[in-house]
Design a protein around this ligand. Sequence first.
Ligand SMILES: Nc1ncnc2c1ncn2[C@@H]1O[C@H](COP(=O)(O)OP(=O)(O)OP(=O)(O)O)[C@@H](O)[C@H]1O
Length: 378
Amino acid sequence: MVAELQVKNRPAIAAVPNEPALSVQGLNVRFGAQTVLSNVQMDLEDGRYACLLGESGSGKSTLLAAIAGLIKPQAGSIRLRGQNVFTAGGLQISPEKRGIGMVFQDAALWPHLRVIDNVLFPLRAQGLPVDRERAMRLLEKMNIPATAAKRKPHELSGGQRQRVAIARAIIARPRLVLLDEPLSAVDQGVREEIRYFLRTLFREEGIAALHVTHDPSEAFYLGQHVGVLHSGHLEQWDQPEKLFRFPASENVARLSGSVRSLPVKVVQYQSGKAEVALENGQKIWVPGADTLREGKPGLLLLRPGDIDSDNLEAAFAAEAIHSHWSDGRYLVHLQAFDQHELLSYSQQSNLGPRHWQIYPNHGWCIPAETSANQEKTP
Ligand SMILES: Nc1ncnc2c1ncn2[C@@H]1O[C@H](COP(=O)(O)OP(=O)(O)OP(=O)(O)O)[C@@H](O)[C@H]1O
């Protein structure tokens, strides 16, 4: 009887070769009158690690809950390795049959079970062979000493508990692991250690992951693919370098790292480059989106590494109004073109007026009417 029940809990879906680990199409989620996810589309290749950035309340946890089967969306579809697990037509495979591992902000281990039994729990729940050797190997890889395997979770540090939770999430070789801010409750040193384990372990095991975080450095360290969710819209889902260098919107730029924007007018556009007029009338060529239109307003997105103060052929005057030590250099806040703030890195902390230059071929220009700007309009 017990064996029958366990077999029933095994993932009910078989893998289709060469299909993405996860495919989400047109997903909509509403809670009452509030639309929390709107037409979300994403594909995640098998064995790839993806990170999802977004502000608090943007819908990140809701998306994970929908993929895990914990809530039922109003529209769209979710496929795991080619098999539908949710369709708006009525199919809703239950969470335990989706073959998904989960890691939460707090490790959420069973307090009454020893560490080893916590790790083995998914195998027992799914009626799979209880592979103690694999459990011990995973704990060893996560730098948990063998002696700790017999302890209860409260006898471990917070960082160790989180590493046990990661071992538990992958023990059954799930097709996908969902991680909801797994590093936000641990301190910086432990965070760096765990993110190293995550990176090496998931690649070794070839398990796909969707990892939610607020921290761009975490997303770029771990993510082979990175997305930005804003007000329930997945504004970009891309390779990390593309998302950082060519953000689709001001929100994507802002949520993926330090950035400031300058309003410009598009003079002309030629194969990936735009000539834009700055507010002081000066014209420069910058990389630009192919959605730019001549004569229309644009937004020139500038990261600190796009601006330099040491060049004598300086392009514009600006006042350094604040600087602070950041990651081995100063991050300088500039006041330019009347009221606009820009950022630059510098070896010096000198404040006051100076001349600055936008590096040739740096910056990224997008149309002024991206979703971010539309939302700001009252
Ligand atoms: N079960 C629910 N019932 C009603 N509203 C909900 C429910 N779950 C989430 N929400 C609302 O949906 C919105 C998105 O919440 P969600 O937790 O997905 O955001 P998030 O991006 O994960 O935020 P955070 O980073 O703070 O965890 C919020 O406005 C939240 O209040």
